[in-house]
Design a protein. Sequence first.
Length: 367
Amino acid sequence: MADKGKGVLTNGVETTPAGARCETKLLIERYNKSGELVVLEKDDKPAEVEPHAQYALVAKQRFNVKHEYKGTNLTIYSPQLLAALKEVVKYYPGECLDFDKKFTCDDPFMMLVHYRKELMEYREKVENDTVKMHIMLLMNFLDKEMGEKITEIAKLLNAGQITFPLLWLIFKPGELVYTQLYKHERVLRLSKTGYGEHVTKGKYFDIACSFTSYDGVAVGKATQTIRIWQLGNFMGEAPSIITGLNAFPLNYHNGKDQVCERLALRGEHYLEIRELCTMHCDGLFLYLKRPPYGYYSEQASYDGTWLPETVRELLEYTNLVTTILRKYRGSFEDLLYRTIQYFKIDIDVENTQEIANSSSANIWNSD
């Protein structure tokens, strides 16, 4: 029995029966330069998805339609480098830590720069010359991409300073961040960072952190975002002292060991008094004053609060219902029940009849 789709010989020429080949043939119908309608065969073979996968590193520079440089994209194919990254990078939110086949990142290659020291330490430990060579290839690429900035960065960090565009360099996810809240010291765990821009306040740098919190019932992880404004911390492009920022890595604090000791003692003291009821406070008192009812500001960043003054909306609605009842003498019980449902008032529905009767009597008896 002949195989399905196999050609047969006809006058010495192999031919295939109609519809016997189990394939899809793609054709293109279009007009050529002479205006004639032609049908062309389209090559349905898929293009090679990874044409340069044989290289350890593939750097691709991007340009827009105006031929303006937009950045560089780096793809790591080297199995030696991928194994090294998988070994040293354990925590980096914002990046896909899938180092099985390849790893791709855009300039300024934050993760690679943050783990540069760990990669070099890994290079010193391994005995495989190929691994050493591939890691050095990556280091040379980073140095070439940063160019003269390397010298500038070294001088700034040695002087304890940093510029706004380079803030990301000192904030490594997973490390501790030092800040103060109402002159009280705090140490948080850095999760991720990012730049942004406000319509009126200008550019800022956000630091997303996490910390252990206790609400009196349960212990868990809470989050907090600290914002460093460029206008408030930097004079144009001039550098600023790192420890002068409203938040900075704990490693740059001159007394980081003392800070940890003080916070540990403060935590222990809190655990001792957490079951006590505060009757008198001698110290900082925080009062969150509400703005006036008609206050509005596009720059406001406070959380929304419930304003008791808005109860007048309920009173106005009640007065409207009263007016309707007096005019039309309708069912007050029905209207009262609808009012309760509309405003989602927490009330015992079984007592609605009693309330309706008493309220109705007051309405009919009022002048």
